[in-house]
Design a protein around this ligand. Structure first.
Ligand code: AVJ
Length: 337
């Protein structure tokens, strides 16, 4: 999955100058996060090869409803979604391709409507990009596939320049946006809007606020897969940054914050311990928590507010029967600045 971090001008890679390596960015993020009073490790770094495998397993868990529910929404509404784009989309731009099941449903509908559609997966992971491209080529041998290696904003801008005529349809599915704090989500969405042209569309998946027990079950499974996913971040730090975290000295914790509202993930230190990362030492207290992820659970009013703050026009909203999840279809209207 591509980074959902809001891109600032400093971290949008210049097309020709090599960006700071991912490893260097990882090192900076981890050291800065561990040095904070409220220690935090950014969730974008969950997705190394093993972390991506674990997320695939999370999506199969009985309690992890978002993937299944959003798939159901797209199965039911793909045609209606695409009917909103005059002339059908010229291109479908996949921001963070995932396992591609939901994208495939939308592409099928797009190919049926417009015939000649470009599929542009955007990802910072070359491996994820290659498998997304391969999957869709296998499904539609004639499909024009134009993978874009880069972050969401730079990748979308490049795909938009290449896809003539408008409109294109960009996908930000899976409630990946929910990993961002509010202001970062607004920044990312604004940047995406600026990368698009008038008449282009963005389909955004939002996991909605619901019964707390359902939320907790989704982020703390009895099988321990989510715990392994969370702890894998420490294993990755050990391997890639020369860390010495002892995984057995931490446990996974998922909490519900009614304020945002959001689920939050933590790694709790099971004793007082010193850890070393990239040559720097940190003293963790007994019971001290490292914050690893927020997964925002939106209200309908918040979805409206996000569209407005990011400068998009709302076109339509699609829900599952229980209203657990929403896919919001937004359009770029007259320039909003
Ligand atoms: C892929 C970011 C949408 O926040 O629900 C799953 C990741 N974390 N279980 C989410 C995740 C813990 C997931 N997203």
């Amino acid at each position: 999955m591509a980074s959902t971090r809001a891109a600032t001008s400093s971290d949008v890679p210049h097309p020709r100058r090599p960006a700071p390596t991912a490893r260097e960015q990882f090192r900076r993020d981890v050291l800065a996060g561990l040095a904070r009073t409220e220690r935090a490790l950014p969730s974008v770094w969950f997705y190394d090869a093993w972390g991506s495998r674990l997320f695939q397993r999370i999506m199969q868990l009985p309690g992890y409803y978002p993937t299944r529910v959003e798939t159901e929404i797209i199965e039911r509404h793909a045609d209606a979604m695409l009917a909103s784009l005059p002339g059908g989309p010229s291109a479908v731009v996949d921001l963070g391709a995932g396992d591609g099941a939901k994208t495939r449903l939308l592409l099928r509908a797009a190919v049926e409507r417009a015939g000649d559609v470009v599929y542009a997966p955007v990802d910072v992971s070359a491996t994820a990009l290659a498998s997304a491209a391969g999957r869709m080529r296998a499904a539609w041998p004639g499909l024009r596939v134009r993978p874009v290696h880069g972050d969401y904003v730079a990748g979308l801008a490049q795909a938009a320049r290449a896809s003539v005529p408008a409109p294109l349809l960009a996908l930000l599915l899976g409630s990946n946006i929910g990993n961002l704090e509010w202001s970062a989500a607004v920044s990312l969405l604004r940047a995406l809007r600026r990368a698009l042209r008038r008449g282009d569309h963005l389909l955004v998946g939002f996991d909605l606020l619901k019964d707390e027990a359902v939320l907790r079950a989704a982020y703390d499974d009895p099988e321990g897969v989510t715990a392994a996913f969370n702890l894998n971040l420490l294993a990755r730090i050990n391997r890639e940054l020369g860390g010495d975290f002892e995984l057995g000295c931490f446990r996974h914790q998922a909490t519900f914050d009614a304020g945002r509202p959001a689920m939050e993930s933590w790694l709790v230190s099971l004793r007082s311990q010193v850890v070393t990362v990239a040559g720097r030492r940190f003293l963790l207290g007994d019971g001290e928590r490292l914050h690893t992820e927020i997964s925002w659970k939106y209200t309908e009013a918040q979805v409206t507010a996000l569209a407005r703050e990011a400068g998009f026009e709302e076109v339509a909203r699609y829900h599952d029967e229980r209203r657990w999840f929403q896919d919001a279809l937004w359009r770029v209207g007259a320039v909003a600045g």
